[in-house]
Write a protein that binds this ligand. Structure first.
Ligand SMILES: [Zn+2]
Length: 379
């Protein structure tokens, strides 16, 4: 995870880079701040920057992303990058220790560029109703991991996510580790509620406040990642109160998105069954809503089609699909494939172009529908 994936926080990124440049990286730091401001991705980007082998990293202001260290950091599989996070006692077969949940952890992080909430994590490992903690055996594991693993980088990094979930019995263990840290180890602890962390542990940490993300940065990130129009991106950014995860969740719930999705679903169904009368009515109804709305719907559709193609190859990695939309995408995705994706893209772009050039919208939509009827049969 590079700094360029971090949304906003320019000032902080600069400060973190300077600690590396001036050789003043404190060995135990607490990244604290509200949900969704990017504490975890920042910690990972910071660690990656520290361990990046590229000599130009200070000039470029970022890790290179391609050296052997970065390569492993990109996939979160560097042998000297360790994670601890809250988990709950699962079944007998899986001891409740973070290292047993690394596959799920990496998957969730890579899917969301590190912007995850505690709730996302609970859902991922299906422990919604159980109280997740960082337990004693986890702390024993930390000592073992840091003492016995051979390392290939300058720093071993231990990222402890949501340290306020530390079980009180385990606190003395963690305190001891922080008091007598293994050589060349960097502890990056992450928390949202510092008042829940005991004072003796707090006193061992250099606090780094991660502020809210500014609205403009959230707007840009939303536009770039989800291909939505300015007004919607602005609106969710303003309501999100500096939290990117909140902005994404608001976007999922936004009325426009829901309406576009429902309409796209109906449209594809009519194309698939070749409901000619339905398609005629649909084209005329859509046309009455004006060009801007038509364009926005076509852009949404294009993203939906690309998501469907991606789903065939990557499952849910790198795409964000709302829970209630999954059934549709699972069913629809087999109809978008390498044979027709280029034509889909061309035809939709052509339609957007025609709408911009004031071609009668109803005609554009009906023509496009007939093309889609053909494209969906290419399997
Ligand atoms: Zn690098």
């Amino acid at each position: 995870m590079q700094f360029n994936k971090i949304i906003g926080q320019d000032h902080l990124k600069k400060k973190l880079r300077e600690t590396v440049k001036n050789n003043r990286v404190a060995h135990a730091q607490l990244f604290y701040g509200g949900e969704g401001v990017g504490k975890l991705p920042l910690a990972i980007a910071y660690a990656q920057f520290i361990n990046c082998k590229d000599e130009n990293k200070f000039i470029n202001g970022d890790s290179c992303g391609t050296c052997p260290s970065c390569n492993k950091y990109n996939k979160l599989i560097h042998p000297d990058l360790h994670f601890v996070f809250p988990i709950a006692g699962g079944d007998e077969s899986k001891k409740p220790i973070s290292s047993n949940f690394l596959t799920e952890w990496r998957e969730l992080l890579l899917q969301n560029d590190g912007y995850i909430t505690l709730n996302d994590w609970y859902q991922k490992i299906e422990i919604e109703r159980k109280q997740a903690v960082i337990n004693v055996s986890e702390c024993n594991q930390i000592i073992q991991t840091l003492n016995y693993t051979s390392y290939e980088s300058d720093y071993k990094v231990m990222i402890i996510w949501m340290v306020e979930k530390l079980y009180y019995v385990a606190a003395p263990k963690l305190l001891k580790i922080l008091e007598e840290p293994p050589d060349k180890t960097l502890f990056l602890l992450i928390a949202e509620h510092t008042e829940q962390i005991i004072n003796t542990i707090m006193s061992r940490l250099l606090p780094v406040k991660i502020p809210r993300i500014d609205d403009d940065a959230i707007t840009e990130a939303i536009k770039k990642r989800f291909n939505v129009d300015d007004p919607i991106a602005n609106q969710v950014a303003q309501q999100a109160n500096g939290s990117f995860t909140e902005a994404v969740s608001l976007l999922d719930q936004s009325e426009d998105r829901k309406a576009n999705f429902d309409r796209f679903k109906d449209w594809m169904r009519m194309c698939w069954t070749f409901d000619a009368q339905g398609l005629l009515d649909f084209s005329e109804k859509v046309a009455r809503e004006g060009r801007e709305s038509n364009k926005s719907f076509l852009q949404f559709s294009l993203v939906a089609i690309r998501n469907s193609l991606a789903l065939n190859y990557t499952k849910y990695a790198y795409i964000r699909i709302a829970e209630e939309e999954r059934v549709f995408y699972e069913n629809f995705s087999p109809f978008v494939n390498h044979l027709n994706i280029v034509m889909f893209t061309n035809e939709f772009n052509k339609a957007i172009n025609h709408i911009e050039r004031n071609v009668h919208s109803a005609l554009v939509f009906f023509d496009l529908s007939l093309t889609i009827v053909k494209l969906l049969k290419m399997k």
